[in-house]
Design a protein around this ligand. Sequence first.
Ligand code: HQG
Length: 247
Amino acid sequence: MASRVARSAIKRKAADNAHTATSTTTGEQQTRPQKRSKVESKMKPESSSTLQKPDEPLRITEGTGDIFDATPNTLIIHACNCQGSWGAGIAKAFKDRYPKAYMQYVYHCKKNDEDKLFGTAQMIPPVDASADEDEDEGFAEHSPDQQASNVPKHFVGCLYTSRHHGRKKDKPAQILAKTKPAMEDLLKRVQAWNAKADAGNKVGEVRMCKINSGLFAVPWEKTKQLLESIDVGDFDVKVIKVVSPPG
Ligand SMILES: Nc1ncnc2c1ncn2[C@@H]1O[C@H](COP(=O)(O)OP(=O)(O)OC[C@H]2O[C@H](OP(=O)(O)O)[C@H](O)[C@@H]2O)[C@@H](O)[C@H]1O
């Protein structure tokens, strides 16, 4: 079973790599990966005064509740490091709830250099709704006799907004500089997925926690402002619902 997961991940990796190489928003990322990190260490994110208001801005709505209590086909997004660790904060809750998605995240981090991942995204199709990995494109048949059968069929969205975690996490300015391209990358991936998926397998609602605002220590309002500067004119996803625990 594990080898099937690995084979499935390898197939996906080829597609992911091709996409990652072409979907980052700066040409510099594609041609000068070694020099980029030095340049970026001095880079400041767009300030609120320089943020351009797009024709059709991404809408961020906010509410309280259990982010995981979502209908099937919901995409649930969180911020990730590039080291393959979902060890704390909401990432730990993702790891507990979606262990197979976690394996795909780890695989993606092992196979890709952190500088290549930084500022990109990974969209993991539902893989935790069943123990049967023999499906195409990561989708699973519901199997009532399996332990994982009560896990809803959710997509997991990983935004690679920091190369490291803990004390080695990137500075808030660097995290912010990578948050917008990472989200744009994710929206492109959703668009590509939905263009090919059957009606019942398309991404539905899109949910997110207040990314970057906990262990990554970036004030939420700064992240929110950047996300609202994304133009969603070309995307199906127009709204992201931020769901926080009550209290
Ligand atoms: N169950 C829950 N339901 C809903 N919302 C929940 C929640 N639990 C916490 N929140 C909220 O979710 C927001 C983000 O806060 P977080 O600290 O989690 O994430 P972040 O984006 O700042 O940082 C990412 C790094 O944290 C991890 O830890 P490790 O690096 O592995 O150690 C990762 O792997 C990354 O590296 C804050 O509003 C929390 O109140």
